[in-house]
Design a protein around this ligand. Structure first.
Ligand code: SAM
Length: 318
């Protein structure tokens, strides 16, 4: 069965161009982290997951391996698995033998990368019904009618929720909640607060792969907006903002530089920064509170022996 694909996100749509221009013109310039993920960005992220400093995928996998039976029992089998920000689809695919999904739905903004990943997966599991949805779920989550509503489990892994501030994260989870009914659930991975040196190293590795991932956003923006960023004018900065409990990634101008695009321009002074990512870190309590705000009750919370990362299973509150 070859996967069906629904393309709901168009990279150079007027609203996307407008969002980028607004961010660049804001007093504190910013580019949303979803723009990291063009084809090269997704490949660079896959490389990041192999870095010794980037612990989240290893630790998340460790939790899956320690609690495999409990997780399988909580999620049940033969249901609909909806993988938000699926990337290369590998994490959820590893659970196929245990969960035996009736349908797998992979949702991602990185459309080309997702198409390839899903095509590869469907060759491994030719009998599983698979849907690909190219969508930006940061603003809305409209699942195609073809998504089965039999026992839906949403997966939001890799602590991707950490890219959203408290209010935005609660809104995103609230939209998820609206797509759930009794018997459905959410399995979410959330990175926990830990020593600042460990956190910063994870976002500023010795090889410079995360720096390349961060700087690549400028090439992506150039393609969408028609801007003229040059890589040599920008350096990668990663820091832990202790008060806000978040890693921040920025791109810092190494000299005065004027950036122009059709309909706009901005002068960045040397050392001025563009904020490209927040990655919020949680405590088990703050993670529970966030889910509760969205009308989701945490049924189970699993963590690794070092308490680096948490996997939470939540269901709609009655
Ligand atoms: C940190 S990666 C995680 C990938 C994979 N789930 C994992 O845990 O390894 C985030 C993924 O979410 C996707 N993504 C980021 N922002 C998105 C958005 N607003 N809408 C849809 N997908 C998004 C990216 O393309 C990327 O594949």
């Amino acid at each position: 069965m070859s996967p069906r694909f629904f393309q709901c996100y168009v990279e150079n749509a007027a609203e996307v161009v407008l969002e980028l221009a607004r961010g660049l013109l804001a007093r504190d310039a910013c580019i949303a982290p979803k723009f990291f993920y063009d084809l090269l960005g997704s490949r660079l992220f896959a490389a990041i997951t192999a870095l010794p400093e980037y612990y989240p995928p290893r630790v998340e996998a460790e939790i899956f391996s320690i609690y495999r039976d409990e997780i399988t029992h909580a999620l049940g089998t033969q249901g609909t698995l909806i993988d938000l920000g699926a990337g290369n689809c590998e994490k959820v695919a590893r659970l196929f033998p245990a969960l035996q999904p009736a349908q797998y739905v992979a949702v991602d903004i990185s459309v080309e990368f997702l198409r390839d990943a899903l095509a590869h997966l469907s060759r491994q599991y030719p009998d599983t019904d698979m849907l690909g949805v190219g969508a930006d779920f940061s603003t809305r989550l409209d699942l195609p009618a073809e998504v089965a509503d039999k026992r839906r489990t949403f997966f939001y892994l890799g602590s991707s929720i950490g890219n959203f501030s408290g209010a935005d994260a609660a809104m995103l989870l609230g939209r998820l909640r609206q797509n759930m009914k009794t018997g459905d659930g959410l399995l979410i991975g959330m990175d926990l607060v830990k020593a600042s040196a460990t956190l910063v190293a994870a976002y500023d590795d010795a090889l410079g792969v995360t720096a390349a991932f961060n700087r690549n956003v400028l090439l992506h923006v150039n393609r969408i907006l028609g801007s003229d960023f040059k890589l040599e004018d920008w350096r990668h900065v990663a820091l832990f903002n202790t008060q806000a409990a978040r890693i921040e990634m920025h791109l810092e101008a190494v000299r005065d530089v004027r950036i122009a695009w059709p309909g706009g321009s901005r002068l960045f002074a040397a050392h001025e920064r563009i904020h490209t990512e927040n990655a919020y870190k949680y405590t088990p309590e703050s993670a529970r509170t966030l889910l509760q705000q969205a009308g989701l009750a945490v049924r189970q919370l699993w963590t690794d022996p070092m308490r680096y990362f948490a996997l939470l299973y939540a269901t709609p509150e009655a």
